[in-house]
Ligand binder design. Sequence first.
Ligand code: SAM
Length: 281
Amino acid sequence: MNRKKYGHEFHHKHSLGQNFIEDEALLEELAALSLVTKADCVLEIGPGFGALTRPLAARAKQVVALEIDQTLLPILRVALEPHPNARVVHGDVMKTDLAALVREAFGEDCSLRVAANLPYYITTDVLLRLLLSLPQAKSIAVMVQKEVGDKLLSRPGEDGYGPLAILCRYYADVRRAMDVPAACFTPKPKVDSSFMVMQRWADKPHRAADEALLLRLVRGAFAMRRKTLINNLIAAFPLDRAQAAQALAAAGLDAQCRAEALSIEQFCALCAQIERALPRA
Ligand code: SAM
């Protein structure tokens, strides 16, 4: 699909997840749902034509928008002319040091929020990267496939429950702010979307003393989905079967349980027991 935008030819790249939103009222609503105020500095991933960047910039102190597609840069220059507080950086969100980018753009003490109509081919990786590398981000508001929205809200034992839901909800209060039909995007994708807002917990409801270990545990617990948790634990950690069984028992868990049955609280309890069981370095 070729089109002209702000005087420049543009060719849509399906491979970069380029499904743009052009409905001004919807874009205003998304910017409002992103919780951005004049006190906030905003990191936007994938500005496209700058359609969401503009209402974000109108609300924010400053915006930095990270875009991988070089052919969008001249278009963004024109689109964002009326918003001197918005700057575009050319780069790949998966390869950019986001913490350094935010520090350079906004300084050490900014009130940071993230907003994006995400490219869907990298949603899971981007979400985890944002959560883990920008601990100061107060909120992350993202458009995702509706199915990913369902996953993020899924409970133990439900379809889709796994590392993404557990880690996102460990760090943040996750809500579905709005469902957005496929018809709102150009080109129209095959699936509907949801705008999800994650507000980082000021005070987490459940805590792991060692968050790096929790990350390793959650990833390891789901590594082999058909296996019981104990077998995944033995594969992921330097523990023998008896030590892994002891850790499960001490966390109040059944020896035959599976990772998908555990709540976030139970993962935190198990994490404490794994920490105890691991050989000291
Ligand atoms: N924000 C615009 C909107 O709402 O209309 C565009 C959203 S479009 C779904 C996703 C955008 O992310 C595109 O502009 C695409 O070029 C950009 N993008 C894709 N992969 C990227 C990556 N790895 N790093 C940064 N931007 C990327």
